[in-house]
Design a binder for this molecule. Sequence first.
Ligand code: HEC
Length: 100
Amino acid sequence: MKGLVFALIFSVSAVADEPGLQRQQELKNMLAQDCGACHGLTLKGGLGPSLLTDALLNKSDEFLVQTILEGRKGTAMPPWKPFITEQEAFWLVQKLLKQQ
Ligand code: HEC
């Protein structure tokens, strides 16, 4: 029960915190162009691994958000913290987890 209440509060606040429509478009462009430069234009993988939903489903949201914000030391994955907020990284992860 406690978990359910938490999940409800969490999902409501996640919706309330969505970036504005214009910022969403900017983030989508960034995903295709900047992230796509390494992860492939269709995000199937290139220099970086696939970011398609199947490849990410078994990883925690928190771990993925952290990877985007901080990058991964010793790999080509750069930190995006200077460019996007934690909310925006969370939004991107939700988007990656719901691709068709
Ligand atoms: C310069 C190349 C490069 C760019 C640009 C880049 N990445 Fe990465 N990314 C990588 C590499 C390489 C890895 C794998 C790191 C490792 O070996 O653990 C990675 C890993 C990841 C992972 C973890 C995947 C997993 O299966 O654990 C996520 C999520 C991710 N990147 C998202 C992004 C997003 C979102 C962007 C754009 C904002 C981005 N990356 C831009 C190179 C890049």
